[in-house]
Design a protein. Sequence first.
Length: 265
Amino acid sequence: MKKCFLVSILAGLVCGCDPQDNIDYSDIIKTNNVTYAKIALICNLTKVDPKAYDGWDGDCPGTDVDANIFTKMCQDYNIPYIKLENNKCTIDNIVLNWKKCIAQLNPTNGLFIFFYSGHGGQYYSQTETDGLDETLCFWDGQFLDDNVWILLNLQPKTTRCFMVTDCCNSGTNYRLPFDMKKSMKKLPARGAEPNLLHIGGCSDGESSFGSPRGGFLTGHLKSNFNKNISYVEWFDNTKKSMKGSGQTPTFAETGNSFKTEKIFE
């Protein structure tokens, strides 16, 4: 079963679990001439580094099953992918590989897919209306929703991102708070929000459940997988099949909508 990892401001100071701020968001430099119409970054953590979480090892069985499910989906569509697990899922390595994917993405209507299965937390925030940032618990520390938003804004305006986070507190773990006064300085000057479609395992403050057989969200996405349906149909069918599971998956968009397009197209 996946469990929420809630870190209060006091606990963060005591255990040294503060999210990292020294992240390299420098401009992407293209290193080769390879360009893909679609590319995916698939990340899962069955555990985290106890040294980064005050001795907590983040045992989270089944996330590897989730990653394999999503990998198979990409293979079915001949989508090239980078797959990272456990100690490969450091903050720096995920940011680096995210930028590599964007660098190789066709700038005209290219599709970047980001899949994450692991723990999701919350952290005290002075900018969020509820007083909490949502986080992804990477190997060596928590990654704020503010930082995910910065990464999303690295992609060209004419590309799309399909993001799935099968973790707790995943309703808004991809974006800045609505009160952006203290965070706008981190937002690249691009004039428009990224074209993003996000599916989360549950709402903020809720748990996403799973077992050694995989997460409930990913398992139901697999059960409702059909090459001939759109993103919104895929989500609606998944949500219906998850009724009574104890969690409510979320669906959100920013930028230009592509929810009625066929999945992975």
